[in-house]
Write a protein that binds this ligand. Structure first.
Ligand code: BG6
Ligand code: MG
Length: 213
């Protein structure tokens, strides 16, 4: 029986658009060019690493204190956007798929780099769907390092080879492969050749080619 480990942002909920909006506001204020293509490089990587990627285009250096303040500022904007989320922000496809997988007896876990994971899951009323949550609060290295997924497997007591990861980030697909798991790409990662399987909607993971991989 396979276990499923879901990335959160951009897979179960469309918070990736809020990450973009919040970073864009900060980048505009600092006069730094930022667009959706650069935003794709932030998928799966930690808040501070995301900031470093944005600052690659800055024309001056910033101190560590300034960087901390920028990360806090971005997170405040982001949390403001998240505070408007409700259970309606989860598609029927996502909710029904999670319910069906649970009904079939699969273990379900979250593997996200975000420190806002529990807050988001509570807001959209998904927190009780998961047997374990591995997130930005229990890791020291973010994706593409496999730590977040290996911890998720450990939390649910499953061997990595029996775990299927669903990811929208290139860094997340690399992390899943490095963990020895099956990597399913959706959204941005559906264009990544290292994805073992590509799906266009979450319910596609109930198709046999995913479970039998
Ligand atoms: C990941 C996002 O899920 O979480 C990244 O894909 C983000 O873009 C990372 O930087 C960290 O998120 P947070 O909520 O801890 O700032
Ligand atoms: Mg993601």
């Amino acid at each position: 029986m396979k276990a499923f480990i879901f990335d959160l942002d951009g897979v179960l909920v469309f918070t990736d658009k809020y990450h973009y909006e919040a970073w864009k506001k900060l980048a505009d204020r600092l006069g730094i060019y930022f667009d959706e293509k650069i935003n794709n490089r932030l998928r799966g990587v930690s808040r501070m690493e995301s900031l470093e990627i944005i600052l690659e285009r800055a024309d001056r250096d910033y101190t560590d204190e300034e960087k901390q303040a920028f990360a806090t500022e971005k997170n405040e904007t982001y949390r403001n956007l998240l505070s408007q989320m409700t259970p309606e922000d989860v598609t029927a496809d996502v909710r029904e798929t999670l319910e069906e997988l649970k009904r079939r007896g699969h273990k379900l876990a979250i593997g996200s780099s975000s420190k806002n994971t529990k807050y988001i899951l509570e807001r959209v009323n998904l927190i009780d769907m998961f047997d374990a949550i591995s997130d930005g609060t229990n890791i020291t290295r973010s994706k593409p390092d496999p730590e977040v997924f290996l911890k998720a497997a450990e939390f649910i007591g499953e061997e990595p080879k029996n775990c299927i990861v669903i990811e929208d980030a290139y860094s997340g697909i690399d992390a899943a492969k490095a963990a020895g798991m099956t990597a399913v790409g959706i959204g941005d990662a559906s264009g990544y050749e290292k994805s073992d399987i590509v799906i266009s909607q979450i319910s596609d993971i109930m198709k046999n080619d995913v479970g039998n991989h």
